[in-house]
Design a protein around this ligand. Structure first.
Ligand code: UDP
Length: 326
C-alpha cells in the first residue's frame, strides 16, 4: 500500500512510518514541523519507499498518483503545546481533518483518524468505554484539543456515512516512549528529565489523579491491526487503544525515582494543575480485544527503562520546533 501519514515527523507518526515500511508499504510523511521534528525520521530520508513533504494540512493537500490509506495524526498533542497553539490545534482538527478526508475520498483510500481519550474529558464513568459520551468543557483550556478531536470524529463518521469512505477511529490513551519531546511538558518526559538531572519531580496537584500508560510499540501494533481490518460497520466505529494498568501520578513519580535512583524527591505544584485536568483515566479495551485480538505486551517498568535510555543522552538538550504565526 502507498500510505500518507499526516504528522509523520511526530512521536506517533514516525513510529507508524517505521512499522508500515517494515511491513513493505511505502510511506509519505507530511508535517509542518510545528511540534514534529525531522530528527524523528532522519533515518528514513533517502529510502526509495519513503517521502517527506513539509506541508501544513490545514491547507489543501495535493498528492500525485495512487494512495491507499490516509492516517491523520497531525496535531499538537500535549497540554502545553495545545495551550501554546490553541488556534492551530482547532484548525488541524477541523480544517486538517476535512482536507485529509477529502483526499481519501478523491483517492478511494482508507482513512484512519488519531482520536484521543480526551474526547471523554474529565470522565464521570470509570473505566472509559467507547459508548461513554464524555464530560468536556468547550471553553476550558483543554477544550481546544478535546473539541477539535470530537469534531474530527463527527466529520469522519459523516464522510463514512455520506460518502462511503472506509474510515477508522482510534481513541489513543496516554502513550509514551522514544521520540517524545523532552520539553513537551507531559508527565513522562518531565519526570524522566527531572530524575536524570537529579531534581525533584514536579507533581501537579496532590498527585491523586490517575493515568494508564501505554508503551508506544503496543499502541502501534493496535493501530496497524485496526488499519488492516477488512471494511465493516463495526470496523468504522471508535476503538480505544491503551494499556489499562492504572496508577496515580504520585505513584508514577515514586516509580520513576525508584527506577532512576533519583534522590531529588518529589515537590507538589498545586498551581500548575490545569483546569479540567482529568482526575481519572483508564481505557476499557474489551472492544479492541474482541475486534483486533489486541493485548498490550510491554509492562510499565520495561517501557520506562527503554524510554529512560532514550532520554539519557538528550537531557540538557532541548529540541527546536518551527515557528508559525497563524
Ligand atoms: N503532571 C504532573 N507533573 C508534570 C506534568 C504533568 O503532575 O510535570 C500531571 C498532570 O497534571 C496530569 C498528568 O500528570 O494530571 C498527566 O499529564 P500529561 O500532561 O502527561 O497528559 P494528560 O494525560 O493530562 O493529557
Amino acid at each position: 500500500m502507498r500510505i500518507l501519514i499526516t504528522g509523520g515527523a511526530g512521536f506517533l507518526g514516525s513510529h507508524l512510518a517505521d512499522r508500515l515500511l517494515a511491513e513493505g508499504h511505502s510511506v509519505i510523511a507530511m508535517d509542518n514541523l510545528l511540534t514534529g521534528n525531522t530528527d524523528n525520521i532522519q533515518h528514513l530520508i533517502g529510502r526509495p519507499d519513503f517521502l517527506f513533504i513539509r506541508h501544513d494540512v490545514t491547507h489543501y493537500i495535493y498528492i500525485g498518483g495512487q494512495l491507499d490509506a490516509v492516517l491523520h495524526f497531525a496535531s499538537p498533542a500535549s497540554p502545553i503545546d495545545y495551550l501554546k497553539y490553541p488556534i492551530q490545534t482547532l484548525k488541524v482538527g477541523a480544517l486538517g481533518t476535512h482536507n485529509a478526508l477529502g483526499l481519501a475520498l478523491a483517492k478511494g483510500a482508507r482513512f484512519l483518524l488519531a482520536s484521543t481519550s480526551e474526547v471523554y474529558g474529565d470522565p464521570l464513568v470509570h473505566p472509559q468505554r467507547e459508548d461513554y459520551l464524555g464530560n468536556v468543557n468547550t471553553i476550558g483550556p483543554r477544550g481546544v484539543y478535546d473539541e477539535a478531536k470530537r469534531f474530527a470524529e463527527s466529520l469522519t463518521m459523516a464522510y463514512h456515512r455520506s460518502h462511503g469512505v472506509d474510515t477508522r477511529i482510534v481513541r489513543i490513551f496516554n502513550t509514551y516512549g522514544e521520540r517524545m519531546r523532552l520539553d513537551d511538558g507531559r508527565v513522562v518526559p518531565n519526570f524522566i528529565g527531572q530524575a536524570l538531572r537529579g531534581e525533584p519531580l514536579t507533581v501537579y496537584g496532590d498527585g491523586s489523579q490517575t493515568r494508564s500508560f501505554c508503551y508506544v510499540s503496543d499502541l502501534i501494533e493496535g493501530i496497524y491491526r485496526l488499519l488492516m481490518l477488512p471494511p465493516s460497520e463495526d470496523a468504522s466505529l471508535p476503538v480505544n487503544l491503551g494499556n489499562p494498568s492504572e496508577l496515580s501520578i504520585l505513584e508514577f513519580a515514586q516509580l520513576i525515582n525508584a527506577i532512576t535512583g533519583n534522590r531529588g524527591g518529589i515537590t507538589f505544584r498545586h498551581q500548575e494543575r490545569i483546569e479540567g485536568d482529568p482526575q481519572t483515566r483508564q481505557p476499557d479495551i474489551a472492544r479492541a480485544r474482541r475486534l483486533l485480538g489486541y493485548e498490550p505486551a510491554v509492562d510499565l517498568r520495561e517501557g520506562l527503562a527503554r524510554t529512560i535510555e532514550y532520554f539519557r543522552p538528550r537531557v540538557g538538550i532541548t529540541t527546536r520546533s518551527a515557528q508559525q504565526t497563524d
